[in-house]
Design a protein around this ligand. Structure first.
Ligand code: NAD
Ligand code: UFG
Length: 336
């Protein structure tokens, strides 16, 4: 019998791509999301791609009775936990909302899991938990939490700690903490991609809005960093590679807690990202250099060696693939 997985945040950007991979790998998937930052129509797109429309619960993780009901009605083998708020700047302005949604929401989920005997979980953490290490290449052995600059990042660091403590108290728990670097790209079909309900904050969603003319030009935050072209360097990972990382993580679950970076191991500057987008589109993206953004580090990328050694996972797609798929997604959604 196939394993039954609950995916929280499964209609969101990374969640929806992961749901498609899960179904294609033969897992039975159910989705829980409050649709705060995603659309119900994603379910039809998942069905188009896989032939399966997953059962959907429009439930807020803060609504404990509704959460309880979902777990009372089902027996899940594992949970993949994407649901959360993710806008760094907004988290600085509304810290209590972020701590409540992300931390309390996760505690509610873990309580339901424990109560109903689901003891396997994969959590969407972030490279932001590394803070400023003073080095560019980040590995899982490093101390985290030091130098985290915003409440969003703290929610990730706190949830990691909560999950470690839960697994310590109950040796049957199997936890994988996945530290994502910078997810980009879209499904090659053009059906799924990043489609935030609100104002975008990250580089690629903003690039997409510049490409469609909704935003006149991209502001590049600083060209005076100590990097070859002066702009910040990040490790961009195609969302399909990221989705596949979750399949590898499920297969690698074992009692206790394991932590894996999901990144390519390569750094790309903001200007290199713009050049790659220009190459894919055949046009020049309008941009201007502005001042640095508070809290940005000059350069960081993953050491992805542990995921390759232990899970047999590594990235296969490139920045050029991500740009092609992003443009394809934009073309397919030019009517909306
Ligand atoms: P997303 O906003 O597209 O998806 C998150 C989903 O969670 C949304 O569909 C939203 O409606 C849902 N949600 C939020 N709060 C909820 C609640 N209280 N109850 C039920 N559903 C709720 O974001 P994404 O980019 O797909 O990110 C998924 C996860 O990965 C998040 O936890 C995010 O913090 C983490 N992450 C993302 C990035 C990134 O750059 N995209 C980087 C590192 C980590
Ligand atoms: N950038 C610009 N202009 C913009 C937006 C971004 O120049 O309008 C630059 C940033 O300065 C940075 C790079 O593009 O150098 C990437 O910025 P993002 O905001 O897309 O990503 P960050 O690396 O700042 O942070 C992201 C997520 C966090 C996550 C972190 C590490 O936003 O949630 O990666 O995983 F924690």
């Amino acid at each position: 019998m196939s394993e039954k997985i609950l995916v929280t945040g499964g209609t969101g950007y990374i969640g929806s791509h992961t749901v498609v991979e899960l179904i294609q790998q033969g897992y039975e998937v159910e989705i829980l999301d409050n649709l705060f930052n995603s659309k119900i129509t994603v379910l039809d797109k998942i069905e188009k791609l896989t032939g399966v429309k997953p059962k959907f619960y429009k439930v807020d993780m803060l609504d404990m009775p509704a959460m309880e009901k979902v777990f009372a009605e089902n027996t899940y083998d594992a949970v993949i936990h994407f649901a959360g708020l993710k806008a760094v700047g907004e988290s600085v302005e509304q810290p209590l909302r972020y701590y409540e949604n992300n931390v309390t929401g996760t505690i509610n989920l873990l309580k339901c899991m424990k109560e109903h005997g689901t003891k396997k979980i994969i959590f969407s953490s972030s490279a932001t938990v590394y803070g400023d290490q003073g080095v560019e290449e980040l590995n899982e052995e490093m101390t985290t939490g030091v130098g985290v600059t915003n409440p969003y990042g703290w929610t990730k660091a706190m949830i990691e700690q909560i999950m470690k403590d839960v697994a310590l108290a109950d040796p049957e728990f199997e936890v994988v903490l996945l530290r994502y670097f910078n997810p980009v790209g879209a499904h090659p079909s053009g059906l799924l991609g990043e489609d935030p309900n609100d104002k975008p904050n990250n580089l690629m969603p903003i690039v997409m809005k510049v490409a469609t003319g909704e935003i006149p030009e991209l502001s590049v935050f600083g060209d005076d960093y100590d990097t070859p072209d002066g702009t910040c360097i990040r490790d961009y990972i195609h969302v399909i590679d990221l989705a596949k990382g979750h399949i590898a993580a499920i297969r690698g679950l074992k009692p206790g807690v394991e932590i894996y970076n999901l990144g390519s191991g390569k750094g790309t500057s903001v200007l290199e990202m713009i050049a790659a987008f220009d190459k894919a589109s055949g046009k020049k993206l309008p941009y201007k250099i502005v001042g640095r953004r508070a809290g940005d580090l000059a350069a960081m990328w993953a050491n992805p060696g542990k995921a390759e050694r232990e899970l047999g996972w590594k990235t296969e797609l490139t920045i050029d693939d991500a740009m092609r798929d992003t443009l394809n997604y934009l073309d397919s959604h030019s009517d909306v």
